[in-house]
Write a protein that binds this ligand. Structure first.
Ligand code: ADP
Ligand code: MG
Length: 759
């Protein structure tokens, strides 16, 4: 049962009897096959939607069929006969179907004569059918072997067939034992006896009237038994709205719920750490930072928990805004926890804070300032003694700020008075972890989440829907920006030029990152973002890289240790010092590698994607990404965000094995063409499957969202959100809408909780 912060929906929702909860009609053997598709009830069956519609009047052009493609074509049977194999005597059906001008061969192999005869009886010459399968070539002719097929008019009486001949034919996702036409028949016999009253509607009448939406029952009829194309399009539109609405209703409910919760107000105070920090800032805050800062300051001053997402371009200064929020809370007497995705980043945040706060970060030490506090660090790789003293500082309240990786989430970590949780670079954390950290406070703490890369607003509204959104639209002025080029890995002169550019940058005082997909040669793929410190359910990015690597197994991927070794003696680099960094090194070694890189002791750093998020070395001017084709687009954008942060322009060279026309080439081309992260995010989402966007719960098997596309259905999501918020305002726990609550429960079952996030 879905719970959220101890709220349980009343059990009445679950005893609510519905015709849709019953078993579908049909023979036991058929029911078993349906069950294999996850269909147990009438409701399941009716939400097994057609994946497309065939038009029985439109015969497919056989000339357009390509070898190797899976096709579903409408054609007319010309002939069908049984033939026997010469040697084995095994029967097969040979048939020809036509589109009126060309013919296509069909062959169906059968174990015995009776089964073959059965097919010949169905394949009556002159009848029209839908044939699905893979097109191959046999004896120089196109052939469809062992197709699944449905003859129109088959198994329904003639009068009906005549009437329905012109209707679109729904094609269902099928399995070997259960063809589309069988599913279609099962759906019809389940749907036909139902009336409008039998099908409860999660979209309340008030909303339906306002938006001129049909009932759920008529939408189901429209998608399963459409009489025109317009029917199924309208039906889909209504179901699409419903998906958005159910989702937004739950998000609105959670938001309202959180707003009613008590939290300690942490208003800004003058003469505190925040003012001292601001006074030491070496730059002026951008307008966006000021605006976001004001929104956050106001949220923190309220006695209800802030729930805010701060999103913006890589390098737009999100972290600075987050640090300022933390200091306001410390000034007000509370503690703030900052959850970072890698220990490298956690370490960097601690160094930034300590450097900027100076003696103010030595509170409690002899000679430390009076208003000071301490900054504690907690990562998985610390020694026991170190860890113990940091745990103590957190629990005693001595440390106003506790920075850490997911080690912060573990049980022994306690706070004296946790007032704010900041989750930096959110993409790296499972949403459930927010909840775990918030649970460490007596009173619900305020929450600030920052994104790793910009995401389109519609995605933010869906994935982080219960959060208010602040956006940083611009990067600070004075950045010279970054130029990106794709370098084909097999182009010798370009590669020479790449390495001599690295040398030139270093000679000019710059630093160079060289990014590899793997750590060492005999490893499958990189641990990239810091194996030991990573949230276990993490990263789409490394997974993406692995998947891409598996798709293109041609050449082994370059590895950090090997590349660092060869670069040291590479004449093109002229002997500059080369360091390396990867997730399997100890924290101290990592810190040293970054420090040596920053200081210029090793001006070239060969690294895995462990530097992907947040690493801030302003002198870095060039980045070479090897095997760039195996990385995800947002990951590459994030990576190149490491250079061009200072006053010198940045250069990013994507060394890739990406033949023209491949998706990888498209991705890299898009990246070279723009530095606008929002635009890239849009392109990325277009090139990827929806499942990847929403997380694993969405990609496997049945999906909560069948018709809604978060990338392109912004207008629908907007409307649904508006309606849902209005409904929740009037009725915060949706007591009056059992059907809506039941629909929410269904969406949250099957592990979809992950999708909504846990607030
Ligand atoms: P993000 O977290 O959004 O990627 P950061 O907060 O890490 O960005 O900021 C990137 C870099 O820009 C850091 O070196 C930071 O000190 C610097 N920075 C932040 N805000 C400003 C500003 N207003 N003007 C100049 N530099 C800034
Ligand atoms: Mg950051």
């Amino acid at each position: 049962m879905a719970t959220s912060k101890g709220i349980r929906y009343q059990d009445s929702v679950h005893t609510h009897v519905d015709a849709l909860d019953e078993r579908p009609p049909g023979k036991p053997a058929e029911l078993k096959k349906l069950a294999a598709l996850g269909i147990e009830t009438v409701g399941d069956l009716l939400s097994h939607y057609p994946w497309r519609y065939a038009d029985s009047r439109e015969v497919t052009d056989i000339a357009s069929l390509a070898v190797g493609r899976n096709v579903s074509l409408v054609a007319q049977v010309r002939s069908a006969e049984v033939k026997l194999a010469q040697r084995t005597g095994k029967p097969r059906v040979e048939a020809k179907v036509t589109d009126g001008s060309r013919t296509l061969d069909l062959v169906i192999f059968m174990p015995h004569r009776g089964a073959a005869d059965f097919h010949v009886k169905r394949l009556v010459p002159g009848s029209l059918g839908l044939f699905s399968g893979q097109i191959n070539i046999f004896n120089g002719r196109l052939q469809l072997a062992n197709p699944t097929y449905a003859i129109f008019g088959h198994e329904i009486d003639e009068a009906v067939a005549l009437e329905e001949a012109e209707w679109p034919i729904p094609i269902y996702p099928a399995t070997a034992g259960l063809e589309s036409d069988k599913i279609r028949a099962a759906v019809r016999s389940a749907l036909d006896p139902l009336t409008e009253q039998d099908v409860s509607d999660p979209v309340p009448d008030v909303v339906r009237e306002q938006r001129h939406l049909a009932s759920r029952w008529s939408a189901l009829r429209a998608v399963h038994v459409p009489q025109t194309e317009e029917d199924w399009r309208k039906g889909q539109a209504r179901l699409r709205y419903e998906e958005a609405f159910v989702l937004q209703a739950e998000l609105a409910r959670r938001r309202a719920h959180a707003q009613r919760e008590e939290s300690t107000a942490r208003p800004a105070r003058s003469g505190g750490l925040l003012e001292a920090f601001d006074a030491r800032l070496p730059f002026v805050l951008t307008d966006g930072q000021v605006a976001a800062g004001e929104q956050i300051a106001a949220d923190l001053a309220r006695a209800h928990p802030m729930q805010r997402l701060l999103q913006g371009e890589v390098g737009s200064g999100k972290t600075v805004v987050a640090l300022r929020a933390m200091l306001q809370v410390v000034d007000a007497g509370g503690q703030a926890a900052l959850l970072a995705p890698t220990s490298v980043l956690a370490g960097q945040h601690v160094r930034t804070l300590r450097a900027m706060l100076g003696d103010l970060a030595e509170g409690g030490l002899l000679g430390g300032s009076e208003i000071g506090t301490r900054v504690a660090l907690l990562t998985g790789a610390q020694s026991t003694a170190e860890r113990r003293s940091n745990l103590l500082e957190a629990a005693s309240g001595q440390a106003g700020i506790v920075v850490g990786t997911h080690a912060l989430l573990s049980d022994p970590v306690q706070f004296a008075d946790l007032g704010l949780v900041v989750i930096d670079e959110q993409h790296k954390f499972g949403v459930e972890q927010r909840g775990r950290l918030q649970a460490k406070a007596a009173n619900t703490p305020h929450l600030l989440v920052t994104t790793a890369t910009p995401i389109p607003r519609t995605v933010a509204m869906t994935v982080f829907g219960e959060l208010e959104i602040s956006e940083l639209r611009h990067v600070p002025a004075g950045r010279s920006g970054i130029t990106t080029h794709v370098v084909p890995a097999d182009n010798r002169p370009w590669m020479d030029r790449t390495w001599s550019r690295v040398r030139e940058e270093v000679e000019r005082g710059g630093r160079a990152f060289v990014v590899c997909a793997r750590i060492d040669a005999d490893e499958e793929a990189d641990d990239g973002a810091d194996g030991a410190d990573l949230a276990p359910d993490e990263p789409t990015t490394v997974g993406e890289a692995q998947a891409a690597a598996q798709r293109a197994p041609k050449k082994p991927l370059r590895a950090v240790l090997e590349v660092a070794e060869t670069l040291r003696t590479d004449p093109r680099l002229g002997g500059v010092a080369v360091g390396f960094l990867h997730g399997r090194m100890t924290s101290e070694d990592k810190d040293r590698a970054i420090a040596d890189f920053a200081s210029g002791k090793t001006p070239v750093l060969v690294s895995t994607t462990v530097i992907e998020v947040g690493v801030d070395v302003p002198a870095a001017t060039i980045m070479v990404i090897l095997d760039a084709h195996v990385f995800g687009l947002s990951q590459l954008h994030q990576l190149r965000g490491r250079v061009g942060r200072g006053s010198a322009p940045g250069l990013c060279l994507l060394v890739a094995d990406a033949p023209e026309g491949t998706v990888a080439a498209q991705r890299l081309g898009a990246l070279a063409a723009t530095t606008d992260g929002f635009e890239l995010a849009r392109v990325d989402l277009e090139l990827r499957k929806e499942g990847d966007v929403l997380g694993s719960a969405q990609s496997g098997g049945r999906r909560a969202l069948r018709f809604l596309r978060v990338v392109s259905d912004g207008a629908v999501i907007d409307r649904a959100r508006e309606d849902a918020r209005a409904l929740v305002e009037a009725d915060p726990e949706l007591t009056a809408w059992p059907a809506l609550r039941a629909a929410i429960d269904v969406q949250l079952a099957d592990g979809r909780e992950e999708f909504l996030g846990q607030s």
